[in-house]
Design a protein around this ligand. Structure first.
Ligand SMILES: Cc1cc2nc3c(=O)[nH]c(=O)nc-3n(C[C@H](O)[C@H](O)[C@H](O)COP(=O)(O)OP(=O)(O)OC[C@H]3O[C@@H](n4cnc5c(N)ncnc54)[C@H](O)[C@@H]3O)c2cc1C
Length: 447
């Protein structure tokens, strides 16, 4: 059997490694990778920009040579430009020679990830406009960061924008422009979004929400000023655009494979596309919300890597299926940390799901051990079904990992009354004898 993988990174290569470990010489695996390196751990890019480490090779999880040792052939600088799903052939362009070659597959994995969305009036081709998607972007942005005392405008208050702000703030003056009324509004409720905004303000970031761009002043191919609809003028030396991602699927448009309206590959829970022997996973594909069963796009490594293992089993003929996402994530912005899972209040309101909410605050451990910090827990729940719908925790010192006690409750649709007396751990440096999560579960349990 010959398996071809388009895009040699998280999703596809997790599948490749697992299949090869099991099937060994019974399978031939070839991966084509557009970039000069495979298996980028993009999650580390903001920390490279912030000089937490200086060797960008640390971001490469496995090299071509390491894959070679496992008998997986990775061709870097090779872009797949065409797929013929009828004859099971692909056309690949060698980006160094510009020559095109043809290859064939028995099974095809589309694992092309996603690229940074571009603004119509602030193009990446401008000299001082940056994105943060691959190593080359991070090297360029790190050079800006290291110039120091620059006025840097970050457009987009999502995960990548926030992590970049934190990593560039020490050296520079940062303005964060967010078009919606709250930061990361799709994933955080107002209570948590407000805490996040305050953390940024406390760290001297100029945060402008509801920031709708009216005009952009460009001179000599450089953005000099961004003028907002309310008349605010933001002078800038450099701009990072971080307004989300779009699937890398242009080469599939107009072919037999089904894409949704923004180009994500449509797959079932076995990660099969509408075409036999063609699979897709990770950032270029849709997945589904485990609770609502709605199709969702969750461009996170946590999803791509788990899907890779499932896909390996499916391709090897095992009865397996991906179990869905509940949108669990975690982020650090300066000292503040946020963990979240499940649905937001905006979502349940928009979808007319009955709900109640609790917003608790406390401290993360006993007052007599140094370093106790505030912790805030927001939970929305359905009082009719007794299910937790979503939860968000804001805190410090990793206290937000308490989200791990809520994730399985949403995942397994557990009646929250059954966890009223949940046996959570306690010792003075970690928690209070009656921890905020026990308080929460007690309240949900109708104490
Ligand atoms: C700055 C940043 C920070 C992040 N932080 C986190 C985090 O903290 N936690 C988390 O869970 N996730 C994080 N993510 C998301 C995570 O990196 C992605 O979800 C994950 O890499 C997706 O894996 P993938 O295999 O779908 O795609 P990718 O890892 O993007 O790999 C796809 C590869 O396919 C290549 N390719 C595209 N088109 C073609 C073609 N036609 N031919 C050949 N090759 C092609 C691409 O160049 C790319 O290398 C972050 C992402 C970024 C950019």
């Amino acid at each position: 059997m010959k398996i071809v993988i388009i895009g040699a990174a998280t999703g596809g290569m997790t599948a490749a490694a697992k299949i090869k470990r099991s099937l060994k010489e019974k399978v031939k695996i070839t991966a084509y990778q557009k970039l000069a390196y495979p298996s980028l751990g993009a999650c580390g890019l903001p920390y490279f920009v912030g000089d937490n480490f200086s060797d960008s090779n640390k971001l490469i999880a496995r090299t071509v040579e390491e894959f070679d040792k496992s008998d997986i052939k990775v061709h870097v600088n090779h872009e797949v430009v065409k797929v013929d799903f009828v004859s099971k052939k692909i056309v690949v362009k060698n980006l160094e020679t510009n020559k095109e070659i043809e290859d064939y597959y028995d099974k095809l994995i589309i694992s092309t990830g996603a690229k940074a969305r571009e603004l119509p009036n602030i193009k990446y081709s401008l000299k001082n406009v940056y994105k943060l998607n691959q190593i080359e972007d991070a090297v360029a942005l790190k050079a800006v960061n290291e110039k120091k005392n620059q006025n840097i405008t970050v457009i987009g208050g999502g995960f990548i924008g926030l992590e970049a702000v934190e990593n560039m703030q020490k050296n520079n003056n940062i303005t964060l422009l967010e078009a919606t009324p709250r930061l990361s509004q799709k994933v955080y409720d107002a209570e948590i979004g407000d805490l996040l905004k305050q953390e940024l303000i406390d760290n001297k970031v100029n945060v402008i929400t509801d920031a709708r761009i009216k005009n952009v002043v460009i001179e000599n191919d450089e953005v000099k000023k961004i003028i907002l609809e309310d008349g605010t003028e933001v002078k800038t030396d450099a701009v990072l655009v971080a307004i989300g991602v779009v699937p890398n699927t242009e080469f599939l448009k107009g072919t037999l494979v089904k894409l949704n309206e923004f180009g994500a590959v449509i797959v079932n829970e076995k990660l099969e596309t509408n075409i036999k022997d063609v699979y897709s996973l990770g950032d270029c594909a849709l997945t589904f919300d485990r609770v609502t069963k709605q199709q969702v796009h969750v461009p996170l490594a946590t999803i791509a890597s788990k899907q890779g293992k499932v896909l390996a089993n499916v391709i090897m003929g095992k009865n397996d299926a991906f179990q869905g996402s509940i949108g669990t994530s975690i982020i650090q912005v300066f000292e503040g940390q946020i963990a979240r899972t499940g649905l937001t209040e905006d979502y349940v309101v928009a979808n007319k799901i009955p709900y109640k909410k609790l917003f608790l605050n406390g401290v993360d451990h006993t007052h007599y051990v140094q370093g106790a910090k505030p912790i805030y827990v927001k939970v929305i729940y359905n009082p009719e079904t007794k299910m937790i719908l979503g939860a968000q925790i804001y805190g410090y010192n990793n206290s937000v990992l308490r989200i791990n006690s809520i994730v399985p409750l949403i995942w397994n649709q557990t009646n929250y009354q059954t966890v009223r007396d949940l046996d959570l751990p306690y010792s003075p440096p970690f928690a209070k004898s009656f921890d905020i999560m026990n308080v929460l579960f007690g309240m949900l349990g109708g104490e």
